[in-house]
Design a protein around this ligand. Structure first.
Ligand code: NDP
Length: 463
């Protein structure tokens, strides 16, 4: 049969997506920069290879596709994507679609969409979450691109997407960079959730003195309730896994310096650019950056001391605290999405985004059901939504206790503490900014607005 779509790039993710398509009855054509990857892929594909048209190179791939063509590139979305576009555009016709399914900076996606449009070629920025497993068996996908491309590709993507209660976890979220932007913020929320989990494990282990296995058991139990989520599930598994070489818990043989590829940082940068902020994501990005400074931390311990106190922690109260923190991290993430949507005219559907994150992606979590319901119910700020009133009424005092105990004992909890810093700011009708305005006027004659009169005023220090 004629292939419906061409896949360029048979690395970890590209091969997994291609196998997923073939398994779901979609005929595909494939090619890879290094041509030897194609026969290797066919070997892996086994019987699914019947659905695969192997191609030697990019020109062969384009020639194998019926018009209008759809080519999905799963290669690094940085310079290689620009090189790829330079190569592929002369081979394409008006009405064809190029899909960048990598983790692109949405600014690049917007620029690329504008550039390909000059050739009459559609450009789709497709955020794909779920890692290799997700790509192979059902990812969550965030589509940004023209309606026409969605009409052509939607059925293919729906067939390979993760399913949540029979609804596919993929949607067209908006034009050009919308899909990649939502994927970026997804990753930002992922950073915050991972950091809050890591901080909690630290408190349970070195504050409360529990062994990793016991903490794994607690996470497994939490994963049965409202905190159920993929990240809790794998945390439980990780903490209960031993290192075959040493017999130690596997977490104890891993160097404590976290990698990052940029999506967390992009989320923070875009948030700030948009006049927004997401303190929990910022804290998570900062914590990863600090983790790389092992020498400075070593010296810090020598100069300032490593002492930390003992904590008495009730796992049920910690669970309440984590539930509150999770509401707040999503609240912050969705605020960035809302602001970007206004700024770029995307008209993002927050409820739909929460829905397509319920399966297939790394941040899939039970709470997303309530989040989508809250947005369907008209919520604009998740932390104020009636659906979360009870969770926060119980969770915020628990979070406050956890953070004050932790800080009192000398534990670093940047993500958990920053959640409180934000929500405590956002519940005071009159905040601290009057003094800031006075200071700005005093040193820079910047002026301020009086509470009792419109217009710009100055303090008596300028009389
Ligand atoms: P891999 O390293 O496994 O594969 C990279 C692929 O890109 C290979 O097919 C490689 O071809 C190709 N490639 C690299 N450079 C070029 C180039 N200059 N021109 C043409 N092709 C090139 O990476 P992944 O599959 O993990 O990642 C691919 C994309 O998916 C990235 O954008 C990544 O950010 C994104 N992604 C990855 C996730 C993951 O969990 N790994 C999750 C979600 C998105 P060759 O064989 O010739 O080297």
């Amino acid at each position: 049969a004629e292939p419906r779509i061409g896949i360029y790039g048979l690395g970890t993710m590209g091969a997994a997506l291609a196998l997923n398509m073939a398994e779901n009855g979609i005929d595909i054509a494939v090619a890879n920069r290094t041509a030897s990857a194609v026969p290797a892929f066919l070997d892996r594909a086994g019987a699914l290879g019947a659905r695969v048209t192997p191609c030697d190179d990019l020109a062969g791939l384009i020639a194998a596709l019926p018009k209008p063509r759809s080519i999905l590139a799963m290669i690094p979305s940085t310079a290689p994507m620009d090189t790829f576009l330079e190569e592929v555009l002369p081979l394409l016709d008006e009405g064809d679609t190029v899909i960048d399914a990598g983790n692109a900076d949405f600014h690049d996606t917007r620029a690329r969409a504008a550039a390909t449009a000059e050739h009459g070629v559609h450009f789709v920025g497709l955020g794909v979450s779920g890692g290799e497993d997700g790509a192979r068996h059902g990812p969550s996908m965030m589509f940004g691109g023209p309606e026409d491309s969605w009409k052509a590709l939607g059925p293919v993507l729906e067939a390979i997407a993760a399913q949540f209660e029979d609804a596919p976890c993929v949607a067209r979220l908006g034009p050009d960079g919308a899909g990649h932007f939502v994927k970026t913020v997804h990753n930002g929320i992922e950073y915050a959730d991972m950091q809050m989990i890591a901080e909690t494990c630290e408190l349970l282990r070195f504050g409360a003195g529990l062994a990793p296995e016991a903490i794994g058991d607690i996470f497994a139990r939490w994963n049965e309730g409202p905190l159920a989520s993929y990240l809790f599930e794998i945390t439980a598994e990780i903490l209960r896994t031993g290192d075959p070489a040493t017999g130690k818990p596997v977490v104890d043989v891993i160097v404590d310096s976290a990698g990052q590829k940029g999506t967390g940082r992009w989320t923070v940068i875009e948030a700030v650019r948009l006049g927004q902020s997401a303190t929990m994501i910022e804290a998570a990005v900062a914590a990863r950056a600090w983790s790389a400074e092992r020498d400075v931390r070593q010296e810090g311990g020598e100069v300032l001391g490593t002492t930390r106190g003992i904590l008495t922690l009730d796992p049920d109260a910690v669970a309440d605290a984590l539930m509150a923190a999770r509401v707040l991290e999503y609240a912050q993430g969705f605020r960035i999405l809302g602001t970007a949507s206004d700024e770029f005219g995307w008209d993002l559907d927050a409820a739909r985004i929460a829905e397509i994150w319920r399966a297939g992606c790394i941040i899939r979590a039970r709470i997303l059901d309530d989040i989508s319901a809250a947005f369907h119910g008209g919520a604009t700020q998740l932390h104020l939504a009636p659906a979360f009133a009870d969770v926060l009424a119980r969770g915020l005092p628990a979070l406050r206790r956890l953070v004050t105990d932790a800080i009192g004992a000398g534990f670093a909890v940047p993500a958990l503490a920053s959640a409180l810093g934000w929500v405590d700011t956002m519940r005071q009708p009159r905040g601290t900014a009057a003094l800031i305005q006075a200071q700005r006027d005093r040193f820079g004659r910047h002026g301020f607005v009086r509470t009792d009169a419109p217009g710009t005023a100055h303090g008596p220090w300028w009389d």
